[in-house]
Design a protein around this ligand. Structure first.
Ligand code: FAD
Length: 385
């Protein structure tokens, strides 16, 4: 392990790796990533794979529009197939109030170039043949939303970053951060010390612990909540191409994996704040019931796996991204709730621009880590699960 580095990124999930890759792409040398377990073991490998631009606020729409542009070229750019597939997102709507609010979202999304639209229950069935549309009065549909394979993306980012000179240390835990007179001096790990003047906190659910190590003087409320995912045995390919979402059924979401054919998803059952991510029987029962309400044929399909993972939640469901003013060269990109996987390409790009150029054209002010202290919550981000 190096004893000195210009930049130390703490966290080897998709965010830390995307930041590392983008820093190296902008020409930064001497970048190190520390991961206390194996890459992806935090939230990233436990995610529902969904990538959407259908948000209800301008900034998340714009950020995700750029992220989808990046996702579209990512396999080629990183040199590995990340299985990005634009199968769309389909929000099922059951009453006038829901319909009106999604019409408003669609108008906003269209203003920023996202080609979402409201469709009829019949059109929804054409997109998802086994769909139950009883009670559905319309659906919000965007065919450019999609999904990707978290395992492949993590590997692809890590490999591409390494090719550009980034060093990645797994099973290497940041245990302390030495700061003197507002300047970072070193990161202390279980494998020794790395002298550095710059730290990027990409530890998501553990981000508050990293802030504490550095003595970050501002209160950045990020709390770990247990959310769970499920996967079924494979079904005939092409049955459920989009991510199908119903808030009327407890926030259930499900889609068929691009390559392996299993149905993957979850619903809005959460526990916490807690660092315990043991899967629960309550979830298994609840998710099976809801899946079969949306796609009745799933009653006959076996579940092969359930798992728990973290939504690292802030009070408004939006991440905290930016610089901590009181400590020179300390940055944070954490607290991504249920949408950090999809945002990773654009967040990596924006963070690298901020670090290298001192500014970015992405609207990062929205994610300002100081907003909570000022009592300035953003509108709650649309969230699955
Ligand atoms: C059930 C479920 C479904 C989800 N579905 C979706 C979805 O469909 N779409 C979507 O966009 N998002 C989804 N998410 C959210 C998504 O998984 C996260 O927002 C995203 O993975 C966050 O990435 P990250 O790199 O910030 O965090 P993580 O992947 O958690 O990475 C942080 C890393 O930091 C490491 N770390 C922590 N402390 C230290 C330390 N002291 N030293 C060294 N390393 C440390 C951890 O081990 C971890 O690997 C879902 C999450 C769950 C749980």
């Amino acid at each position: 392990m190096k004893s000195e580095a210009k930049t130390v990124i703490i966290g080897g999930g998709i965010i830390g790796l995307s930041v590392a890759y983008n820093l190296a792409k902008l020409g930064e040398s001497d970048v190190v990533v520390l991961e206390k377990g194996y890459l992806g073991n935090g939230s990233t490998f436990r995610c529902g794979t969904g990538i959407r631009q259908q948000f209800g606020d301008e900034v998340n729409i714009r950020m995700m529009k750029r992220s989808v542009e990046l996702w579209s070229g990512l396999s080629e750019e990183l040199g590995h197939n990340v299985e990005f597939k634009q199968g769309g997102y389909l929000f099922l709507l059951y009453d006038e109030e829901e319909l009106e609010s999604f019409k408003k979202n669609v108008r906003l999304q269209n203003r920023f170039g996202v080609p979402s639209r409201i469709i009829t229950p019949g059109e929804a069935r054409e997109i998802v043949p086994p769909l139950n549309t009883d009670g559905v009065i319309g659906a919000a549909w965007n065919h450019t939303d999609g999904k990707a394979n978290p395992f492949k993306v993590v590997f692809a980012y890590a490999d591409a970053a390494k090719r550009l000179g980034v060093e990645i240390y797994e099973y290497t835990e940041a245990k302390g951060i030495k700061v003197e007179n507002g300047k970072i001096k070193a990161v202390v790990t279980n494998r020794g010390e790395i002298k550095t003047g710059r730290v990027i906190n990409a530890a998501n659910a553990w981000a508050p612990k990293i802030n504490e190590m550095a003595g970050v003087p501002v209160d950045i409320p990020i709390h770990p909540y247990k959310h769970q995912g499920v996967k079924t045995e494979p079904i005939k390919p092409g049955q459920i191409e989009p991510m199908v979402v119903s808030f009327k059924h407890g926030g259930v979401y499900l889609t068929q994996e691009a390559n392996q054919g299993g149905v993957i998803g979850g619903y809005g059952l959460k526990y916490g704040p807690t660092y315990d991510i043991t899967p629960t029987h309550e979830f298994l029962r609840g998710v099976s019931y809801r899946f079969s309400q949306i796609i009745p044929a799933l009653k006959y399909i076996n579940v092969i796996r359930i798992w728990g993972g973290y939504y690292a939640e802030t009070p408004d469901g939006n991440a905290t991204i930016g610089r901590i003013n009181e400590i020179d060269e300390f940055y944070i990109a954490a607290g991504f709730s249920g949408h950090g996987f999809m945002l990773a390409p654009v967040v990596g790009e924006a963070m690298a621009e901020l670090v290298v150029n001192g500014k970015t054209d992405k609207p990062l002010d929205f994610y300002d880590p100081y907003r909570f202290e000022r009592g300035e919550l953003r509108g709650k981000a649309i969230q699955m699960g």
